[in-house]
Design a protein around this ligand. Structure first.
Ligand SMILES: NC(=O)c1ccc[n+]([C@@H]2O[C@H](COP(=O)([O-])OP(=O)(O)OC[C@H]3O[C@@H](n4cnc5c(N)ncnc54)[C@H](O)[C@@H]3O)[C@@H](O)[C@H]2O)c1
Length: 256
């Protein structure tokens, strides 16, 4: 009974930025519990690779080349998902970028680039998919925020990223409040430092890893797959009375 509530069998979900890193892990987690997964990704090589791997493992998957900063691209994504699978049940907003730079030197172009993907793109994905979920009177949205929405990281300077993720946390509350009457839930995950392939060199660098790791009570980066069960929980009926919240998974970083 309990485990059935974690099943996404016959459900269809979209994962933005699903080509690599955490997004790929979310695609695999959702497929593992029975969902058909739409991999929405700007990079056609990694996006198609994720689609291929999911299909080879016996799952239903579709890659749709998508740029979340372009509204027309998001609309085409929704159309493609509906054409292929006939329904959309959940959206995982994972696509995100970071730019390190002292705040006093951040260019307008870089500030807008971070906001365009992390906040504006995420919102327009919520809006386009949300309209569909509202019409069908059911659905779940899972936004990827970051512990950086609660704390300012050290030693790297990343004000634009931190501000964008704090905005995602409050946008999550706002959308949850507006869309609860439509039976559409909106929650978020705030990961701490995760040991993706891209991040690994930084953990080995004393300038960064040497500061980050001792700041984590569990004394290690997270493994990407340690986020999968929470991503499933928030998209599935298991979390049916939960909306508007952001769950932190950070090995205890924010506790110190
Ligand atoms: N890795 C970490 O330690 C960590 C910690 C906290 C939060 N996060 C968040 O998790 C998410 C994934 O991070 P990651 O480390 O896997 O990053 P990543 O750079 O490895 O992967 C991000 C993916 O998003 C795609 N993408 C970028 N811009 C896009 C756009 N405009 N449209 C569609 N796709 C786009 C990229 O092509 C890439 O495949 C991000 O939102 C990030 O801020 C990561």
């Amino acid at each position: 009974m309990i485990l059935e509530q974690f099943s996404l069998k016959d459900r269809v979900g979209i994962v933005t930025g699903g080509g690599r890193g955490l997004g790929k892990v979310f695609c695999e987690a959702y497929a593992d519990v029975g969902a058909a997964v739409v991999v929405a990704e700007t990079n056609p090589d990694t996006g198609r690779q994720t689609e291929t791997e999911l299909r080879e493992a016996g799952h239903r998957a579709l890659f749709v080349e998508t740029d979340v900063t372009e509204r027309a691209s998001i609309q085409a994504l929704v159309e493609a998902a509906l054409k292929e699978f006939g329904r959309i049940d959940f959206l995982m907003n994972n696509a995100g970028i970071v730019k390190w730079c002292p705040a006093e030197d951040v260019t307008e172009a870089d500030w807008h680039a971070v906001m365009d993907v992390n906040l504006n793109g995420l919102f327009f994905c919520c809006q386009e998919v949300g309209r569909h979920l509202i019409a069908q009177k059911s659905g779940a949205i899972v936004n990827i925020a970051s512990m950086s929405g609660f704390i300012a990281n050290k030693p790297q300077a990343q004000a634009s990223y931190n501000a964008s993720k704090a905005a995602v946390i409050h946008l999550t509350r706002s959308l949850a409040a507006e869309w609860a009457p439509h039976n559409v839930r909106v929650n978020a995950i705030a990961p701490g430092y995760m040991g993706t392939d891209m991040a690994r060199p930084f953990f080995e660098d004393p300038e960064y890893g040497g500061v980050w790791i001792p700041s984590i009570p569990m004394n290690r980066p997270g493994r990407p797959e340690e986020l999968g069960p929470l991503a499933v929980y928030l998209a599935a009926d298991a979390s049916s009375y939960m909306t508007g919240h952001t769950v932190v998974i950070d090995g205890g970083y924010c506790a110190w």
